[in-house]
Design a protein. Structure first.
Lengths: 292, 285
């Protein structure tokens, strides 16, 4: 069962997968707190066009993914500001990008197989170069989120108050979307464009239902993400079924019972979590100040 | 060009495209009004798994999609009573179902062509049987939408007031999800799972920017999607690019044009007047 770990491609998969799992879980937490899960989904679909375009040009899909998702994240934060219905604007950009993706792929020859690997991930096909790149980018992303995490959290919970305290709310929001775009670019290698949710949203969505203090939730999300990825690779390596299926099934299989057993308490609890946070951190407003 | 129209697969494609364009405008108007764009997205992904499961047991793709999207519609309706937090649940179900789709795909065949057909649409492979099913569901949906138009509109715009007036808001909401599920299943046949948004949401969103009158908005939306589907099909026969790419590009183009028209048209007097606090802190949204 564990013999598969001798193969270099499985080792590559494990290293890249671990980094991706941690980064996705940490950034996913903020995505949930900000209520941007749809944008996460849309950015990954937009990445499909980028990956397909890169394949057409003969470069590694990761570069195409990065260019498209980062551009789209900037477009979304500009459009979303002017247009009332951000979801729809996001959806239109997403659909158009998917249309472009299908065009790129139809111009390319190995059409169906290539589409499949972009859409559903090919973790065992990750090369040593990809691993190094993923690792470095993941590290940068973690450092960035460590720097902006605290003000970002503050502005996510109470944007107006944060603004009056001098937190650059809009700039933070835009930077965050760019970070999400980069996270999605590397996550796509593991689970594919369509299943990014399983690593980006699944672990933090489960974690916020179990613990309510932000830092603990982030750590728990990272642990969950790592577990899903390792188990997924282990199970996928030992069976004919795809790795991405196991990761999504684990992610959902843990989320479902947790979600059902903690029905309807999320809004109350997250408010409580905020109070705890404010007591622990003098930089954040206290209970009394918030009600003034 | 006219020669092409003699082929039965071309006729089927045009028929299916026209029906789907009309019915999706009715449903799309309410998707926008009720803010259920994400639910529509999720249902279409569920349709993917349905189509592949059908392929696995040897049934037709449409049957599989109907079964799975309907089940998912009930699931979404039962799970998410509160609007907040619904995105997460929908998203989680969505990714799990897609994962199942991948599994079915790997069980069914190593060949990915089937999946790509479902994902990106295969309007040229629509059979006369499919056209009949699409026509049947189209007529069913449009009649129901016309009958339920006023209560559904009321329940979508002012759910609390509608409830107080004795309108069964909850039941209407589930019924709408069911209609949405059927529309998604037939729209997938035309543009594919990933591009369902292009027909169900984009034309309606464009129309919504052009007019606030419900029937006029639906009419505009029908015009936009009919034009996009027909022009998309014709362009695809002339050029060599996929039909769904043309349809998506055309509807997106309409959406962005509508955005511009809307921005140019909004009269000055409705703009927010400068306010002391707003001058210091610009509105965050």
């Amino acid at each position: 069962m564990f013999a598969i770990f001798q193969y270099p491609f499985i080792q590559n998969a494990l290293i890249a997968g671990s980094m991706v799992a941690i980064v996705a879980a940490v950034l996913g937490y903020f995505l949930i707190v900000r209520g941007l899960s749809f944008a996460g989904h849309a950015l990954s679909s937009i990445g499909f066009a980028g990956a397909a375009g890169a394949v057409l040009l003969g470069v590694s899909p990761i570069y195409g993914l990065m260019v498209f998702t980062v551009t789209a994240s900037i477009a979304i934060s500009i459009l979303g500001r002017e247009v009332r219905e951000r979801d729809v604007a996001t959806g239109v950009i997403m659909t158009f990008a998917l249309g472009l993706g299908i065009l790129f792929l139809s111009l390319y020859h190995g059409y169906a197989e290539q589409a499949y690997s972009i859409l559903f991930g090919t973790i065992v096909g990750v090369s040593r170069d990809d691993v190094v790149f993923t690792f470095l980018l993941g590290l940068i992303l973690l450092i960035m989120i460590a720097i902006i995490g605290r003000p970002l959290l503050f502005s996510s919970f109470d944007a107006e108050l944060a603004e009056t305290r001098g937190v650059p709310v809009r700039a933070l929001g835009s930077i965050f979307l760019v970070l999400i775009a980069l996270t999605i670019s590397i996550t796509t290698q593991v689970v594919g464009v369509l299943l990014v949710f399983a690593l980006l949203i699944g672990p933090p969505a489960t974690a916020v239902r179990l613990v309510h203090q932000p830092f603990r939730a982030i750590v728990l999300a990272a642990i969950l993400g790592l577990t899903y990825t390792w188990l997924g690779i282990l199970l996928g390596g030992n069976s004919p079924w795809p790795v991405s299926f196991f990761i999504t099934a684990l992610s959902f299989g843990v989320y479902l019972p947790v979600r059902l057993s903690s029905k309807g308490i999320d809004s109350k609890r997250s408010a409580k979590g905020f109070e705890k946070l404010s007591v622990a951190d003098p930089a954040l407003p206290s209970e009394k100040e918030r009600h003034d | 060009m006219i020669e092409i129209l003699r082929h039965s697969f071309v006729q089927n494609a045009f028929l299916a495209g026209v029906i789907v364009a009309i019915l999706s405008s009715f449903v799309g108007y309410f998707i926008i009004l009720r803010g259920q764009a994400f639910a529509c997205e999720a249902l279409s992904h569920v349709g993917f798994t349905g189509a592949l499961a059908a392929a696995l047991v040897g049934a037709s793709a449409l049957e599989g999609m109907f079964l799975f999207t309907l089940l998912a519609a009930f699931g979404i309706g039962a799970l998410g009573k509160r609007l907040s937090g619904r995105d997460l649940e929908v998203g989680m179900v969505l990714s799990f179902v897609l994962g199942l789709g991948v599994l079915f795909l790997s069980l069914y065949t190593k060949n990915a062509t089937e999946a790509v057909g479902v994902l990106f649409g295969s309007i040229l492979s629509v059979t006369i049987n499919d056209v009949q099913v699409i026509l049947g569901s189209g007529v069913f949906i449009i009649i129901l939408m016309v009958v339920l138009f006023r209560p559904l509109l009321f329940a979508s715009v002012e759910p609390e007031v509608a409830e107080a007036r004795g309108i069964p808001v909850q039941q209407l909401s589930i019924l709408f999800l069911i209609l949405l599920a059927i529309s998604v299943a037939v729209a997938v046949k035309v543009v594919g799972v990933l591009l369902v948004f292009a027909l169900l949401v984009v034309p309606a969103a464009a129309a919504e920017h052009l007019t606030h009158r419900p029937w006029l908005a639906i009419g505009t939306s029908i015009l936009i999607s009919l034009f996009s589907v027909l022009a998309g099909l014709i362009l695809a026969f002339i050029g060599h690019w996929p039909v769904s790419f043309y349809i998506v590009s055309l509807t997106s183009l309409f959406y962005f044009m509508a955005l511009i028209v809307h921005a140019l048209r909004s009269p000055r007097r409705y703009r927010e007047l400068p306010h002391p606090s707003r001058e210091v802190f610009p509105p965050s949204d």
